[in-house]
Design a binder for this molecule. Sequence first.
Ligand code: AMP
Length: 222
Amino acid sequence: MNPGARLVMLGKQGAGKGTQAVRLSRHYVVPHVATGDIFRAAVRSGSEFGHKARTYLDAGELVPDEIVIGMVREQLTHVEITHRGFILDGFPRTSQQAEALLGILEPKGLDLAINMKIDTDHVLKRLAARRVCSDCGANYSVVDNRPKVRGICDVCGGEVVQRDDDTESAIRRRLELYERETAPLIAWFEKRGLLANMDALGSPDEVTDRLVAEVDRRKQVL
Ligand code: AMP
């Protein structure tokens, strides 16, 4: 089996993609590339790019495709130097981004797109409880996954906060855009034999075990 992994995480906001992406990136020792984290870092840096990104993020709107695609291309070109792969989290979100991704990944392609399945009621509860590290992007929950020390990230010691865009109106808009733009990608990846549907419910450890078993199974078949 090849070391590492080349994975895309799909699913509604609040499905636990971020948490599992961080865990899979540690398990397979590959970089976690999260477009939302990159945008939030740009916003914090106060750069012009960050100012522009902020208007989209705060409203729950998608950043235009050409900007996101250019950013991911640059990241993956850099990441590919490790040859071990990557965990892509929050990208692709539109069919244009998905097409561009497969182009960027040639010739090695992708191992798997993991669709984290969860119903909307669960998602709304999880998003209200969600907290994130403002430095490394690790995800927590005030219900079942608190950091060991209140407000401090277990992974990097950064500050754990509620996201600015976890407001009711921005959450509603993100879910609408998910249904319209991102949900069709599930069939898109399935058509290409690259999809694994996974149940997103369960403790973080249970879900990680389930995902690793599936990724390893697929890698053996490849
Ligand atoms: P996330 O952390 O993945 O929920 O992303 C937070 C926000 O960043 C989104 O609501 C969008 O405004 C923006 N964003 C992240 N990834 C993308 C993407 N692939 N395409 C467009 N906008 C994105």
